[in-house]
Design a protein around this ligand. Sequence first.
Ligand SMILES: Cc1cc2nc3c(=O)[nH]c(=O)nc-3n(C[C@H](O)[C@H](O)[C@H](O)COP(=O)(O)OP(=O)(O)OC[C@H]3O[C@@H](n4cnc5c(N)ncnc54)[C@H](O)[C@@H]3O)c2cc1C
Length: 463
Amino acid sequence: MATDTTTPILPALNSALLPFWRTELDPLDSLRTTPSLPSQSDIVIIGAGYSGVTLAYYLLKNLPPADDSHPHPTITLLEARQICSGATGRNGGHLRPDIYGHIPKYIERFGLEAGVEIADFEWNHIQALKDLLLEEDIDCEFNLTRNMNVYFDEASGAKAKSAMDKLLAQGVKVADDLHFTGAKSAEGISGVKGAKACISYTSGTLWPYKFILGLLSKIAGDKRLNVQTSTPVTSVGTSSEGLHTITTPRGTIQASKVIYATNAYTSGLLPEYAANIVPCRGICCHIALPEGKTAPFLPYSYALGTEKGLPGGSYLISRPDGSIIVGGASHTFKSAREQWYSAVDDTTLIEPTKDYYNDYMQRTFRGWEDSGAYVKQIWTGIMGYSYDSNPHIGEVPNKPGQYICAGFNGHGMPVILLAAKELADMVRTGKSFADTKMPRLFRTSEERIQKAQSGPEGGDILA
Ligand SMILES: Cc1cc2nc3c(=O)[nH]c(=O)nc-3n(C[C@H](O)[C@H](O)[C@H](O)COP(=O)(O)OP(=O)(O)OC[C@H]3O[C@@H](n4cnc5c(N)ncnc54)[C@H](O)[C@@H]3O)c2cc1C
């Protein structure tokens, strides 16, 4: 048996930093379907965040029904910590399709069709998620809104407008949804002090933990599924017959197919991805109002630039109770590389940024000056930065029967649902990536792996 022996990069245990999303735990949070691990399973999914749970959901939807003669679970879902305790349970709750951010760069590099595929794919997530929540009757505070990209200097606003105009001139259909407001009205329209321009487009906001746990509740009782939390996978080995052995401190499982839904932690099990998917720490917080105080409800979600037009800024959503989830601020810690790059510790804060959001709402929004808004919870989370900014989906090169769904570059909300649906189809039917509806640039490949390995550390990301 050929065994990959690597030091696993595992999620840190016992975080004292409680993300707001995990303040109302679901009874399935620490689910163990059976007291011990099954010794065999047809498919093992590693990681129970947005990717792992949606993969299990879509696989079960289309696999044959439970059959008493089947001696072991069809799918085993293994999670190092609790369900939705990784990036999905620690993120900004913002479903913001990229219909113009990176798209012009993709078009420039790979042609109009390849770029538009990504814009369309992300755009389609709004309706797909809305439909799924309705179909499964999941309450996760989903709201359909418009995201405001706000620019604080006219040069950044002009650059954004020209990117938008270029997309429209190229006939990119989803760009029709973009709406630009210039300096004269930007502050009044966005409610953001000092705004010099803004662009709005359709977006969604949600409580990600409730979405994932809601979806899991629909499949948790399925006899074909076995879920095991607090079960870190430390290695995956493959026999000459192609059978995989998944090793954990609680025992091993044999499976014919393995899916890595391990996002930032992927290179711990698949070291060939170390240069492609780099764990990077981000910060997020929940801002609340003191008892009895009110502030204007923000009807939009936001991506707010920086004052000097530097890359970075913040993403922000408002919750139905008027409180705020806001995160980002990478411009405040980018230069302190040891704080965020190649970092898997989400048990501590990013030092230079820990106080940044203290009076953020008062500084930023009209009408919030005397609100008393304060940071109620602040936490960090680990993103899987992708070298070329696109996720890696599909069969792992040179490893038949092993699949990957990872590298979402801090932007998985409008990508994972349909990627998991399509990948589940690949795993189930054996169809090729080219026969799915996924953007071609998402396909994991030897070429992409090599390109990152031979590039400078921390390079590309559409530099
Ligand atoms: C602070 C922050 C803010 C963000 N904000 C947004 C946002 O507003 N909008 C947006 O689109 N995206 C956002 N993202 C990114 C988004 O959260 C991710 O793209 C998405 O959640 C990835 O989902 P996932 O299931 O692939 O990964 P995860 O949710 O990280 O799940 C991976 C799971 O795998 C488990 N695991 C890893 N290794 C092992 C192993 N060896 N054995 C067993 N289990 C293992 C982990 O414990 C984890 O639960 C943000 C991320 C962070 C960190």
